[in-house]
Design a protein around this ligand. Structure first.
Ligand code: ADP
Ligand code: MG
Length: 323
């Protein structure tokens, strides 16, 4: 179980001086500017939950995760992982934690992937037999075989992310903190990672807290989302309820090969926003309606050529939470 009580983190950054000798005056000055990155955040996560932690850039997500893992010390408040503080009982707590920061690999850049695993296994005191068995399982689950002997710096981003996930799982932790593990990945790589995460949660019962900008990640993986904005929690609950709260339309642009005819009425709840010679713009609420169902209706209006979908911007979705 993960318990977060009134967590707060304030960063102090030196006030940048201006004018002559600005650099040296900034260094010597004692003036600081305070930035409250996390402001009074509380939640609990039960074993086996898969929770999405979302919010716009700068909201305080990474700072929260760094406090959960013990990398950063809270300004006030506390974190308890199975009743232990990651700050005070670091050694014991890290045995329970797997952590991935998508923006930064924890593997050694110039070493073959498998050498990094050896070092990590030793650091986590995983005995040789278990380490070999775990690596075998992970190699299969994450398809690592083709690049175990390759230095990390030569991996593609997708391979690197898989390698990092395996690294986080080597000591078989029961809790995973993932900070943007799908950032920058293409559709196929994302799908692979999602499949792996789903299996970890459903088949192996791992508790997962996932930060991502990808709403599809959230929709496909998480039952529950916590939304943070300006360091404060704006929503904590089910995805279904969040959908109901937001209800922003997805814009669909359908192009036709020839003329098309919009009938006076149809029996699905979507709106025609604009009609042009060969293009129709529709607005549908994907919480209520599958795109396929809309297209099934629209395909009878003319000879469809292509469909382009524009999801509401993430910022809009988050903004919708506060409406
Ligand atoms: P997120 O991960 O949600 O994008 P972060 O937790 O990284 O947000 O950052 C939250 C806020 O704290 C941002 O305004 C960021 O600039 C600031 N911040 C983060 N780390 C530091 C730091 N080490 N020193 C000063 N400010 C920081
Ligand atoms: Mg971040």
């Amino acid at each position: 179980m993960i318990t977060v009580n009134h967590l707060r983190k304030t960063f102090q950054t030196p006030l940048v001086q201006e004018g002559k000798f600005a650099g040296i005056r900034t260094l010597l000055s004692r003036a600081y500017k305070e930035k409250e990155a996390v402001h009074d955040v509380s939640f609990t996560i039960e074993p086996g939950e898969f929770v999405g932690y979302i919010g716009p850039n700068g909201a305080g997500k990474s700072t929260t995760i760094k406090m959960l893992t013990g990398i950063l010390h809270p300004t006030s408040g506390e974190v308890l992982i199975h009743g232990l503080s990651p700050q005070k009982h670091r050694r014991r707590v890290v045995q329970h934690l797997g952590v991935v920061f998508g923006q930064r690999s924890q593997l050694w850049w110039d070493l073959p992937v498998k050498d990094s695993y050896e070092i990590l296994a030793a650091m986590y005191r995983v005995d040789e037999v278990s380490a070999r068995r775990r690596l075998g399982e992970l190699t299969e689950l994450l398809d690592l075989g083709e690049f175990l002997d390759t230095p990390v710096r030569k991996l593609s981003l997708g391979q690197r992310m898989r390698a990092d996930l395996a690294a986080a799982m080597l000591h078989d932790p029961d809790i995973l903190f993932l900070d943007e593990p799908t950032i920058g990945l293409d559709v196929v790589a994302k799908r692979n990672i999602r499949g792996f995460l789903k299996a970890l949660n459903q088949d192996f019962g791992k508790t997962i807290l996932l930060t991502t900008h990808d709403m599809d990640d959230i929709e496909q993986l998480c039952e529950r989302v916590i939304v943070i904005n300006h360091g404060q929690i704006g929503y904590d609950g089910s995805i279904a309820e969040l959908r109901g709260k937001i209800g922003l339309p997805t814009m669909m642009k359908v192009t036709f090969r020839g003329p098309y005819q919009v009938p006076a009425s149809w029996d699905l709840p979507f709106r025609v926003v604009e009609q042009q010679a060969d293009m129709l713009t529709l607005a549908c609420n994907r919480q209520e309606l599958k795109a396929m169902d809309v297209l099934r209706v629209v395909s009878s209006w003319g000879d469809m050529d292509d469909v382009h979908m524009e999801e509401p911007e993430f910022e809009e979705v988050i903004h919708g939470v506060y409406k």
